[in-house]
Design a protein around this ligand. Structure first.
Ligand SMILES: NC(=O)c1ccc[n+]([C@@H]2O[C@H](COP(=O)([O-])OP(=O)(O)OC[C@H]3O[C@@H](n4cnc5c(N)ncnc54)[C@H](O)[C@@H]3O)[C@@H](O)[C@H]2O)c1
Ligand SMILES: N[C@H](CO)Cc1c[nH]c[nH+]1
Ligand SMILES: [Zn+2]
Length: 432
C-alpha cells in the first residue's frame, strides 16, 4: 500500500504511475496468450485440452467431455437449497428488470419526397460469455452476462467457465440454467477465449465474447478483437472510495478488501481530505485482513496495489478519482449527489454510506461487468446494447433519387470516382 498526499511536489508523478494503464499489458502475459491463441487456432480441440490440463489441472480425452450436459444444469437448479435459489432468483429478477430498460428499438422516418431512412436494431446471433472461475466461482457473473443477452434476444449463448481440478460450484450451473444459457463448457483462460473466437471441432465460433476475467482473459479478449467483437476490458477488479471521514472505518476497510480479495492484481484506493480517516481505515484493514478466507490474495493485492490518498477537499478528491477512472467508485459522504456532477469516469458509482459496492456485485440490478484499467474513460457497463447491433436502412424514392443523386454525382466527381458519379446519375430523371 502506498500513501500519497496531493500537497507534495511529486504527487502528480505518483498519480501518473497509478494511472499508467498500459502497465496492465504485461509482456510476459502477452507472450503466453499469443502462444495459446496461435495453438488453439492451429490445433483446435487438442490445444484447448492440453492447456486445460496444464493451467486448470483438468484432464479429458475429448472436448465433448468438458461440455456440461443439459440434464446436469437442470439438476443443479433443482438441487439448490431454498435460500440459495431465492437469492439467485431475486438477483436474476432485479438484473432482468434493470436491463429491460436498456432495450433499443428500431426507428425510421420519412421525408416529403417519399425517401425513408432508418436504423434497424437486431440481436447478435451467437455470443460467448466468459464466467471467471480460477480463484473463485462466480454464479453472479453468469447472471450478469447471460441475462442482458437474453433480454436482447440473442439466439444462442455459449458459456465457458474454468473448473480447476474438475471442481465447479453447482451455483454456477444453476445460474446458467436459470438465465437460459444454451451450452456450457468447463474451459477457461486464454484457451477458452481462443476457442470461442476461432471455433474448434467442438466449440462453435461466436460473434462476440463478453465477460470479465483475470489478466490472461482480458489480454486474450484484447487480442482476438476484430475477429470477434468484445464488450470491453473487464480485468482485475478495482474500487475507489471517496470518504468524508464520517463512515465507520471498518465499513470502508471491508469495502476496499471486498475487491482486493478477487485477485492479487485487484486495486483498492481510498481518497479523503481527513488524514485521520486514512489512518483509521489502514488500521482497520490490518485488523480485518486475517479474518478473510482469501487472506493471502487480499493481502498481496493490498500490499502491492492499494493506495491511500490525502487531498485538500472534496473537489480535489473528485478530480483525482476522475483521473484514475475506477471500475467501482463509492461516494461515502453525507451528500453524494453534490459530488456526482464533478465525476465522469467510473464504471459504476455507489452513492452514500449505505451503498456497499458488494450490493452492486450481486443484487442491485445494474451490471457488475464493468470497465477496468482506466477504460471507464471510454467504456460502459455490460448491457443489452452489447448484444444488439444497428444496421442503417436507406430507401430512396424516385424523386429522392433524383434530388440526392445530383449532389452525390457532384461529390463523386469531386473525388474523381466516375463509377460512383454515373451510378447516381443513372437515377437522375433528365441529364443522365
Ligand atoms: N471487471 C469486472 O467486471 C470483473 C467482474 C468479476 C470478476 N472480475 C475479475 O475476474 C478475475 C477472475 O480471475 P480468476 O483467476 O479467478 O479466474 P479467470 O477465470 O479469469 O482465470 C482463470 C484462468 O486463467 C488462466 N491462467 C491462470 N494462470 C495462468 C498462467 N500462469 N498462464 C496462463 N494462463 C493462466 C487459466 O487458464 C485459468 O483457467 C479477477 O481478476 C476478478 O477481479 C472482474
Ligand atoms: N466485483 C466484481 C467485479 O469487479 C464482481 C463480483 C462477482 N462476485 C463478486 N464480485
Ligand atoms: Zn466483487
Amino acid at each position: 500500500m502506498i500513501r500519497l498526499d496531493s500537497r507534495t511536489p511529486d504527487f502528480d508523478q505518483a498519480l501518473r504511475r497509478l494511472t499508467d494503464w498500459d502497465a496492465g499489458l504485461d509482456p510476459a502475459v502477452e507472450a503466453t496468450v499469443r502462444d495459446v491463441l496461435h495453438a488453439v487456432r492451429e490445433q483446435g480441440d487438442r490445444a484447448v485440452l492440453d492447456y486445460t490440463q496444464r493451467f486448470d489441472r483438468l484432464r479429458a480425452n475429448s472436448l465433448a467431455e468438458l461440455e456440461v450436459p443439459r440434464a446436469k444444469l437442470r439438476e443443479a437448479l433443482a438441487g439448490l437449497a431454498p435460500a440459495d435459489r431465492e437469492a439467485l432468483a431475486l438477483a436474476a429478477e432485479r438484473i432482468r428488470s434493470y436491463h429491460e430498460r436498456q432495450v433499443a428499438e428500431s426507428w425510421e422516418y420519412s421525408e416529403a419526397d417519399g425517401t425513408r431512412l432508418g436504423q434497424r436494431v437486431t440481436p447478435l446471433a451467437r455470443v460467448g460469455i466468459y464466467v471467471p472461475g480460477g480463484k473463485a466461482a462466480y454464479p453472479s457473473s453468469v447472471l450478469m452476462n447471460a441475462i442482458p443477452a437474453k433480454v436482447a434476444g440473442v439466439a444462442e449463448i455459449i458459456m465457458v467457465v474454468p473448473a480447476p481440478g474438475g471442481e465447479l460450484n453447482p451455483l454456477v450451473l444453476a445460474a446458467a440454467e436459470l438465465a437460459g444459457v444454451d451450452r456450457v463448457f468447463t474451459i477457461g483462460g486464454a484457451q477458452a477465449v481462443a476457442a470461442l473466437a476461432y471455433g474448434t471441432e467442438t466449440v462453435p465460433a461466436v460473434d462476440k465474447i463478453v465477460g470479465p476475467g483475470n489478466i490472461y482473459v482480458a489480454t486474450a479478449k484484447r487480442m482476438v478483437f476484430g475477429r470477434v467483437g468484445i464488450d470491453m476490458i473487464a480485468g482485475p477488479s478495482e474500487i475507489l472510495v471517496i470518504s468524508d471521514g464520517q463512515t465507520d472505518p471498518d465499513w470502508l476497510a471491508m469495502d476496499l478488501l471486498s475487491q482486493a480479495e478477487h485477485d492479487e492484481q485487484a486495486q483498492s484506493i481510498l481518497i479523503s481530505w481527513d488524514a485521520d480517516c486514512l489512518t483509521r481505515v489502514a488500521a482497520s484493514v490490518d485488523k480485518l485482513l486475517p479474518t478473510l478466507e482469501r487472506e493471502a490474495i487480499a493481502r498481496q493485492a493490498w500490499d502491492s496495489r492499494a493506495a491511500l490518498i490525502l487531498v485538500r477537499d472534496a473537489a480535489e478528491a473528485c478530480a483525482v478519482a476522475d483521473r484514475i477512472a475506477p471500475e467501482h467508485l463509492e461516494l461515502s459522504v453525507a451528500d453524494p449527489d453534490a459530488l456526482l456532477p464533478a465525476l465522469h469516469n467510473a464504471g459504476a458509482v455507489f452513492m452514500g454510506r449505505y451503498t456497499a459496492e458488494a450490493l452492486g456485485d450481486y443484487v442491485a440490478g445494474p451490471n457488475h461487468v464493468l470497465p477496468t484499467a482506466g477504460s471507464a474513460r471510454f467504456s460502459s457497463p455490460l448491457g443489452v446494447y452489447d448484444f444488439q447491433k444497428r444496421t442503417s436502412i436507406i430507401y430512396a424514392s424516385a424523386v429522392g433519387a433524383d434530388q440526392l443523386g445530383r449532389a452525390a454525382k457532384r461529390l463523386a466527381e469531386g473525388e474523381g470516382l466516375t463509377a460512383h458519379a454515373r451510378s447516381a446519375a443513372y437515377r437522375i430523371r433528365e441529364g443522365q
